[in-house]
Ligand binder design. Structure first.
Ligand code: DLL
Length: 432
């Protein structure tokens, strides 16, 4: 398959013309099929006929995660349910998931984008790739899986959770590539090192993403495992993994602009940022059928360049992420909002609303500790009661967050109070 020449090396004019034509069609379809957007456009005095070129994208309304949450589960879908072939979901601030849907064509486009990412990393039909992102509602596992199959590679669908088995299969099957979060890959590397088995593996490429990581972390991964590590970005609302990825030059992530139109805005003023200036990344989907979104505010902070890359690709590139403009934490690839912890704790009724999230990286794995204040009596009574409450809270939080959590109960007034905004999170992870 010739990914490069046909789709990734168009001139800037060709890209903009293609985007304009696709945007025009998309806006008209959405106006007729999605009440939410029709109303928004009507309020702004906007009609589909007002969108004629890519420059007109600025006339469209923004979409936020809370718009998706408010229309839970399918309110923003633009096709009848019979055309939806897959659903995925990611966690949201109030415990309700954000639901995303795909038509058959959406899945085809998704697997093509992921196949491009893998091809850019030098992976092909002769490779065996272990997919060690979580399978299920999270888009990581199945997203990488279908992309790799589309490319013709041999997929080993590991999912997460059993590092020893993963390592055994990596050796026995002779895996040549792996896809997982960068922190998990470092953990795998350390486990291999401790077992003295680093020389037994044949990995040559790693496709890492779903959480922020730095070039230092990339160097560490590459040196320890003797492979090349590539950055893959995406978010479920827009598609999942494969919205953007980097090439062998690592000069930013190429955005698949034939499907997603990126903009960088100032998150306060909502005005566009200049090329190279850091701001919030916003995406408009121009080919999505089931869940097309106008100007979706990702909250991810980055900058953009439209210069052609040394590799020859012409799509816009975004720099590695500088953080988020909201308070979402990403722990082992799972999105965690402090407010989710709060509502889960408060629903239990037995604990005070004073809590603190402490995130750390132990043996390269992110660990979340939740400290919760409980009544004095728990410390004077039988130790059993304290243990039972700890277990109960761990259980409640694990099911609310979809993540194992260490719970530490503390005495009243231990957690620092604040008169202004409460500080709920201590993030001790240093991105090495
Ligand atoms: O994390 C999709 C994905 C799966 C991407 C596997 C890459 C690999 P969500 O769970 O919806 O989707 O989380 C999306 O994760 O807005 C970013 O804040 C963060 N994120 C994803 N990739 C990267 C990356 C998947 N390469 C949120 N670098 C996004 C930094 C990333 N942050």
């Amino acid at each position: 398959m010739i990914w490069n020449e046909t789709k990734e090396c168009m001139s800037r004019d060709e890209i903009r013309n293609l985007q304009g034509a696709r945007l025009k069609k998309m806006v008209s379809r959405v106006y007729h099929n999605v009440e939410f957007y029709r109303k928004k456009m009507q309020e702004m005095g906007l009609e589909p006929g007002d969108i004629n070129s890519i420059e007109d994208i600025k006339k469209l309304p923004f979409t936020t995660k809370s718009d998706l949450r408010d229309s839970y589960p399918f309110g923003l879908f633009a096709v009848p349910q019979s055309e939806v072939v897959r659903l995925h979901a990611s966690s949201g601030t109030t415990g309700k998931a954000t639901v995303v849907g795909y038509t058959r064509r959406d899945i085809e486009n998704w697997q093509e984008c992921v196949a491009r990412v893998l091809a850019m990393a030098g992976i092909g039909a002769h490779d065996k790739i272990q997919v060690a992102y979580g399978y299920g509602l999270f888009t990581g596992g199945l997203g990488l899986h279908y992309g790799a199959e589309n490319l013709g590679a041999t997929v080993i669908p590991m999912s997460t959770g059993n590092t020893q088995k993963l390592i055994t299969m990596m050796e026995d099957f002779g895996a040549t590539a792996i896809a997982c979060t960068p922190s998990y890959l470092l953990h795998i590397a350390e486990t291999l090192e401790e077992a003295g088995r680093l020389d037994k593996i044949q990995l040559k490429a790693a496709i890492c993403g779903a959480e922020p990581w730095t070039d230092n972390m990339r160097n560490e991964i590459e040196t320890k495992l003797n492979l090349k590590a590539y950055d893959i970005y995406g978010l479920s609302e827009i598609m999942g993994p494969g919205v953007a990825a980097d090439c062998e030059y690592h000069r930013g992530l190429h955005v698949y602009e034939d499907h997603f139109v990126p903009e960088i805005i100032n998150p306060e003023t909502l005005e566009p940022c200049k090329e190279g200036e850091i701001g919030e990344l916003v995406f408009t989907t121009i080919t999505k059928e089931a869940l097309p979104l106008f100007r979706y505010r990702t909250r991810d902070l980055t900058s953009i360049t439209y210069e052609k890359c040394e590799c020859g690709r012409t799509h816009a590139r975004i720099s590695r992420f500088k953080g988020r403009s909201d308070d979402m934490l990403i722990i082992r690839g799972v999105n965690v909002f402090p407010s989710q912890v709060e509502s889960a704790l408060l629903e239990m009724g037995e604990v005070s609303p004073h809590y603190m999230l402490i995130v750390d990286r132990v043996n390269n794995l992110d660990v979340l500790e939740v400290q919760v204040e409980v009544e004095e009596r728990f410390f004077s009574d039988e130790i059993k009661e304290l243990e039972n409450l700890t277990k109960k809270i761990s259980h409640v939080l694990q099911s609310a967050l979809g993540l194992a959590v260490k719970v530490k109960l503390v005495e009243p007034k231990t957690i620092q109070r604040s008169e202004g905004k409460a500080k709920r999170v201590i993030d001790r992870r240093k991105l090495v």
